[in-house]
Design a protein around this ligand. Structure first.
Ligand SMILES: N[C@@H](CCC(=O)N[C@@H](CS)C(=O)NCC(=O)O)C(=O)O
Length: 342
């Protein structure tokens, strides 16, 4: 059986993420057939998804909202994957489809792998260009420069790329994917190994972040965006649902302050929708949570408490400036609350 991407516990087995993607890229020179062009592409996301959340943050920090529109699935999906339940009539207003699957099938009929977010769709053909989330944000930074806002930060500075890639690689295996390896472990040993690696890496990150405000250099980079989207979900979801429970984020002093610092930074925390995050994981992963009960906690009021990280120096946006407020249609909780929470 073809193993789909995403969300399955395979009894007796270690969880292995399927890392085959549709890898065509949107580039300035259009070498894959998809040139950078304002208004031509639609970024399809779900606010719940940590991989999609990276693209929402980077699009916002760079000010690409006017060049690349955003469609929003979720917060839940069925076994055929993502639907546009938040839109009137359940249809994406630009692509005119009910299921993200339709855009995948336009690109590859009967696409055999996971129908995942984030995905970028070519609006004229209705076909997915790429779902390679790893590359999408890097291309936003390096290929879409012509459409960056004035004051856009450099999230992937040339001279720091080797270090960003190295740190992001460790964070990917042990933390971003590590929490999934805990949650979807099919046996005790696989779980224990993933758990130990996760917390060893979190301890390593805590130490690194004790003396520096951000992960690499003294400004926010791609590496911070990638770590942040996992940490933001740690207490509301992973600690309980994925059994990553040696400590809560809120008990790891340095990482908790670091995460609050980023959360309180314009363009980052304002992309987080805790209600959608909780609904997604607890309702979709029926094999982990068969009754579909969504926990009431934790209390989220403390996310806005002072973090004190300014004392470490650092310049969040380097020579750039914070982004303006989100587009009215993209304000969390206003126009994108799931119907039962609206
Ligand atoms: N495609 C990437 C990451 C994206 C991803 O896993 N997205 C999840 C949501 S967080 C998804 O779309 N899952 C849908 C599914 O598995 O049907 C991967 O599997 O490594």
């Amino acid at each position: 059986m073809e193993q789909k991407q995403g969300t399955f516990v395979l009894p007796g087995q270690e969880y292995t993420r399927d890392t085959r993607y549709i890898q065509t890229r949107i580039t300035r020179d259009g070498r894959d057939g998809y040139p950078v062009e304002a208004g031509r592409y639609r970024l399809v996301v779900a606010r719940a998804c940590p991989w999609a959340n990276r693209t929402i943050i980077v699009r916002r920090l760079l000010g690409l909202e006017g060049a690349i529109s955003m469609g929003m699935c979720g917060p839940t999906h069925d076994e055929r994957s993502w639907t546009f339940d938040l839109d009137p009539g359940g249809v994406d207003p630009v692509l005119g489809i009910e299921r993200l699957q339709d855009a995948y099938f336009r690109r590859v009929p009967d696409y055999p792998q996971g129908i995942t977010v984030p995905a970028i769709v070519d609006i004229p053909s209705g076909a997915v260009v790429t779902n390679d989330y790893n590359q999408i944000t890097l291309d936003f930074s390096s290929e879409w420069t012509e459409f960056h806002r004035d004051g856009a930060p450099d999230l992937y500075p040339e001279h720091l790329r080797p270090e960003i890639d190295e740190v992001a690689g460790l964070v990917f295996s042990d933390v971003n994917n590590g929490v999934y390896r805990c949650g979807f472990a099919g046996n005790q040993q696989a779980y224990a190994l993933a758990y130990d690696r996760l917390f060893a890496r979190l301890d390593w990150l805590s130490e690194r972040l004790t003396t520096q405000r951000y992960l690499v250099g003294d400004t926010i980079t791609e590496a911070d965006v990638r770590l942040f989207t996992t940490l933001a979900r740690f207490d509301p979801v992973y600690h309980g649902h994925f059994k990553t429970n040696r400590s809560k984020l809120s008990e790891m002093e340095v990482l908790w302050a670091y995460t609050r610092d980023l959360f309180q930074t314009p363009g980052i925390g304002d992309t987080i929708d805790f209600a959608q995050i909780k609904d997604h994981y607890y309702l979709v992963h029926k094999d982990v949570n068969p009754n579909g009960i969504v926990p009431k906690g934790p209390d989220l009021a403390n996310w806005l408490t002072p973090h004190g990280r300014e004392a470490l120096g650092g310049r969040p946006f380097g020579d750039g400036t914070p982004p303006p407020p989100p587009l009215p249609a993209e304000v969390v909780g206003e126009n994108c609350a799931p119907p039962h929470l609206a």
